[in-house]
Ligand binder design. Structure first.
Ligand code: NDP
Length: 481
């Protein structure tokens, strides 16, 4: 059985403990590989390697750093099919999604920041003829990057690429639930000629490896994407050490649908924003708010379309809906469906585990689920479920829609469907989210600030914001006379 290895100081290495963790294929429920059960000793080794590599990497001309990152991007493209299949097997997502979204985006992340760093400039502030200030932006040293399982290589590379481009060395931990493509990336980094120690990937549990990265005194910066509870724990540990923190956390995103929307575009996009990646995208719209005059029509069409979605083998090219990531996560989602029923919700479709046949019989499949009849402030409508489960709710006025939309502790993303431009602008300014999509969803320009407000996070990724985060400004003031 394949044993995933850590990537430390340019080498693929076993964990110091020699212990491994079972890695499951969610489509079959069977163990198919092993990953290192690393601990703080492996993290310390990785930090030493990163510190050793830092002076040369940070002083390397940007063009040369960029060239190496572009080679990684090209190698991801060349290995698209292999990486897409690996991502699908590890995560349960349809291979078609991994092939068209996850892996191409991982390549783009490297490409974007390899070239972005060449255009990154710092400020100068003139005090007329008294003095001139210029601000240097230096890499911080060793960056800690911790990522989740829902978009494994996509989100892993979204952190690593800007950190490396800015001249930092990195100690990174992918989710223990989906380690495979990060492992394959380490092989590609070796092939691309990334100098030893510049990127170190330590596999294992969050409470061992993740917490060791967070607490390590020589990692002054942590970039984390994951659940809000874990984010709070990281903030608790990192705050007294005055670490720089970027936290991309959970969401409970509202979709606001007005009767004057482009109906067909709204309906097909709402199918995606509800169920893409089995609803396991932090940006999925899980609370669908519909203007009352459109409610019954939308409900009938949305339910009919959803009933036609078949859940199937993620490895099959035609599958649109695969497995959820783990048994534990499947149970969590099913428990929320039970909660919704207890809270008075009516299940319009789905609502149960799907049992496939043959080798897939023990896989973790859930039917896409639509629930109605719940108040906006019940737990089902307030807590993140992170699965193929959405609620639908009518609203009467714009004020009601905004009240429901803004009622949760989260504030990551929102989607508004209306052909009324004035209303679109008005609502966009009133929504308490870091991202607002008008008449679209998940349309991404990598230059834009990405992140949430309230319990959805602190800081922004994307564009020059990420390069600002991964560098420390130093102002130099020169008196002229
Ligand atoms: P978790 O918070 O459980 O885990 C995220 C990562 O943190 C994993 O690598 C995990 O390790 C690690 N970790 C766990 N405990 C600690 C700790 N004490 N110290 C340091 N690291 C730790 O999130 P999930 O993996 O379950 O991901 C789903 C969540 O991520 C959802 O809430 C989703 O909304 C959010 N998310 C947010 C995004 C955003 O951009 N805002 C994007 C995508 C997802 P382990 O491998 O052991 O779990």
């Amino acid at each position: 059985m394949l044993k995933i290895q850590n990537y430390i100081n340019g080498q693929l290495t076993a964990p110091i403990s020699k212990q491994y963790i079972d890695n499951y294929d969610p489509s079959t429920g069977k163990v198919y590989s092993l990953l290192p059960d690393s601990d703080e000793l492996d993290v310390s080794q990785a930090v030493e390697a990163a510190k050793k590599a830092f002076p040369a990497w940070s002083m390397m001309p940007k063009d040369n750093r960029a060239a190496i990152l572009l080679r990684i991007s090209a190698l991801i493209d060349q290995n698209l099919e292999r990486l897409a299949k690996a991502e699908s097997k590890d995560n349960g997502k349809p291979v078609s999604l991994a092939r068209t979204v996850d892996i191409p985006r991982a390549s783009s992340n490297f490409h974007f920041y390899a070239t972005g760093i060449l255009h990154y400039a710092s400020h100068a502030h003139s005090m007329e003829d008294t003095a001139i200030n210029y601000t240097l932006r230096n890499p911080v040293g060793v960056a800690g990057c911790i990522s989740p399982w829902n978009l494994p290589l996509y989100l892993f590379s979204w952190k690593i690429a800007p950190a490396l481009a800015a001249g930092n060395c990195v100690v990174a931990k992918p989710s223990e639930i989906t380690p495979m493509t990060a492992y394959l990336l380490s092989e590609l980094c070796i092939e691309a000629g990334l100098p030893p120690g510049v990127l170190n990937i330590v596999h294992g549990y969050g409470h061992k490896v993740g917490s060791a990265i967070t607490a390590h005194p020589e990692i002054p910066l942590i970039s984390f994407t994951g659940g809000t509870k874990t984010g709070a724990e990281i903030a608790r540990v990192a705050a007294p050490m005055f670490k720089k923190l970027s936290l991309e956390l959970g969401g409970k995103n509202p979709n606001l649908i007005f009767a004057d929307c482009d109906y067909e575009a709204m309906l097909s996009t709402t199918m995606r924003s509800s169920f893409a990646n089995q609803g396991q995208i932090c940006l999925c719209g899980s609370r669908i708010l519909i203007e009352r005059s459109l409610y019954e029509k939308f409900k009938a069409d949305f339910v009919a379309k959803t009933k036609k979605m078949t859940v199937g083998n993620p490895a099959d090219d035609n599958t649109k809906m695969g497995a959820v990531v783990s048994k534990q996560h499947m149970e969590k989602i099913l428990s929320y469906i039970e909660l919704a029923k207890q809270e008075g919700g009516k299940i319009l479709c789905g609502g149960e585990r799907v049992m496939l046949e043959g080798g897939l019989a023990d896989g973790y499949y859930i039917a896409p689920t639509i629930i109605e009849g719940l108040p906006y402030d019940c737990r089902t409508n307030q807590e993140e479920i992170f699965g193929p489960v959405v609620t639908i709710m009518p609203f009467d006025t714009e004020a009601d829609a905004l009240k429901y939309a803004n009622s949760t502790i989260y504030g990551l993303a929102s989607t508004v469907w209306t052909e009324n431009l004035t209303r679109a602008h008005r609502i966009a300014s009133e929504l308490h989210t870091g991202i607002v999509w008008i008449n679209c969803w998940l349309l991404r320009d990598l230059r834009t600030p990405f992140g949430g407000v309230k319990s959805s996070g602190v800081g922004r990724e994307g564009g020059f914001e990420a390069l600002d985060f991964f560098t420390e400004p130093k102002n130099v003031c020169i008196k002229l006379k």
